[in-house]
Structure formats: C-alpha cells, structure tokens
Design a binder for this molecule. Sequence first.
Ligand SMILES: C[S@@+](CC[C@H](N)C(=O)[O-])C[C@H]1O[C@@H](n2cnc3c(N)ncnc32)[C@H](O)[C@@H]1O
Length: 350
Amino acid sequence: MNTNLEAEHDTVFGKTFALYDRPEMEEFVGFFRQRFAANKLDARAIFEGRACLDAGCGNGRGSIFMMSNGAKSVDYADISATNIESTGRNLKSFGFDSVKGHLTSLEKLPFADATFDFVWCNGVIMHAHNPDKCLRELARVLKPGGQMWLYVYGSGGVYWYAVRRFRNIVREIAAARCIAGLRLLGYTPRFVAEYLDDWKVPYLRTYTDADFGTRLADLGFARIAPLPHGVSYDTSERRTRFPEDAHWLGEGDLRYLVKKTGVARAGGKPISASEYGSEVDFDPRIPKRFAHAFDRLEQAVEGDPITALAACGRIQFRLRELMSQDGRLDLDAWEQTIGEVQSLVETTRG
Ligand SMILES: C[S@@+](CC[C@H](N)C(=O)[O-])C[C@H]1O[C@@H](n2cnc3c(N)ncnc32)[C@H](O)[C@@H]1O
C-alpha cells in the first residue's frame, strides 16, 4: 500500500511541461515576478550572486527566474527525466549557462550539507511520495543563514473541493489520454499542465500553516506567516482582500520565504504523507452547496471520457476565471456554469 507512484510524474508533469513554447515560458515565469512584486520582495537582492537549487524544477521556470535575477549558479533537480531535458532546453533558450541538471529524488539529494545559499521549491512537496524526507533534505543542503522559497497547497476551499471531485470523475482515464483529450479540446499547454497536475498527479495533498509552518520551525527555519499576496486568483491574495470569503477559499496558498536560522531539532511532527495532507474537512457550506451538482455530473459523464474531460475542464476554467475577477467570489455564476455543463452533457449523450 506504500508503493511509490512517482514514476507517473514523467507523464503527468514531464509530458505536459514539455509542451510550453518560449512565450508560454515567459508568461509562466511572469507569475513569480508578479508574486514577488505583490509582496514587495526584491528578487535581485535575494538572488544576486547566490548559489541556488531549484528543487523539483518542472520545466525550469524557477531556474529562469533566479538566473534572470542575477543568481551566480543554479543546480536544478527533478525526478522526471523529461523535465530535466525541458529545463536544460529552456535555460539554453534564455541564454543561461552556470546551470547544471540532476535527475534525482529530493528524498536523497546528491549534495553535501550546506551547499546552497538559496533553495527554491515551488509546488513540489505535496506531490512527493515522502514529503517530510524531501523537506529534511532541503533543510540539510541549505547553508545556515540561507533562504528558502517554498510553496505548498493550503487546505480547504471550493477549488480543492472541485479538484477532488474531478479526480474522481477522471480516475479511470490514463494520464496520456487526458493530455491528448485536453489538447483535442483546444486547451493551451498551461491549462493542460494545470489540469493534469490537479487531476492525475498520484499525490495531491493540502496543508495548514499550523502544520507546515510548525514543521519548518522544527527544521531550523524562523517561523513566519505565509506570504499574504499573489496574483489575482491566488487564494492567499483573495483571502487577504476578501476575508469574508474565507470559508470558500480555505487556508489559502502557503508560500513562504523562510530563513534558516538554527539547526533541525530532533523529533517534532513530520509533515503528513497521508492521502489528503493536513486533516481538515471542507467547510460544510461547500459540500452542502455543490455536492449534489457534482454527483449528478459524475453520473452523467460516466463511461464517456471525452465528455468527462470537456465537462471538468469547462467547470474548472470558469472557476479560475471567476477567481481572477475583482470583487468577492461569484459562486452564483459558477453554479450557473455547472448547471449549463450538466445540461449540455445530457443533450450530447441523448
Ligand atoms: C507542480 S510541478 C512544479 C514544477 C516547478 N517547480 C514549477 O513551479 O513550475 C512538481 C514537480 O516536482 C517534481 N517532483 C515530484 N516529486 C519529486 C521528488 N520526490 N523528487 C524530485 N522531484 C519531484 C515533479 O516531477 C514536477 O516536476
């Protein structure tokens, strides 16, 4: 029951990240620029002259971000060979050398203690087979006084509720078929990657700051709050701007810029590797309002993979659109979309 399913990352992440062209990479890196600016972080002051690790590099946008802000060097590491290739190709197209790729799990990094001034780990830990082991390795290879950027998903909220329902709906469709189906439906690489990342990744956990931030403190990092700002659709940004929507948004994205100020202390509670991460139920208002609609949808698309992908894609796209709009989250509009999708699915199925 403890089988390591990380081999699937080469399809789920590798085959989707490989689809990005140069303008798509620029847009993808741009989200980091926007998040740094929103939180008033000076990227040049943080990265200039630093030896950096991009841990779980995907197609290398973190590496590009650090190098374009003056990093002295970047070592990039990922468990997917396709991602190591894509990152190498993308770094070359942006004209960066002083970079080196490592095909490895974060569980056992091929670096001596205290090798790096900066460790970047964006959107990785919650997808790892053994998240705590990875986290301990990141702390080990970082120099005392060094900084680490970490992003993990925050628990709860309508977005993760919907994703959990979509995962169930597309469970029987192989990842490679999902990629082909979503491309057939006209989704750009960004959305193909995003949907695969949400729907087909073998491990998708969400955490609370109480769990994750406490664990970082155990591992020798100064305890700080997650960054409050981001791009318009980030749940952290929305929670900061619209606290009255907190029950729909959940914990909010957990993005930390932490400093290693001490040494890891023995003991402490490892970060959870259970199916869902921190043990938090969705606010009961979420299933109360949406469970029935998703139950109906699940029945309506059963046995029809392309319709299932089209329906889930449409509903997730609309939610992302609504989360990008200014103002409180318009869940009436989302409910209307779910209803429209349901009725279209029923019509197409005759
Ligand atoms: C959601 S992607 C994030 C990619 C990149 N950091 C970004 O922000 O665009 C997660 C990445 O983590 C990698 N990954 C997952 N588990 C890993 C592990 N145990 N060791 C190394 N890489 C891992 C996956 O292959 C994938 O490239």
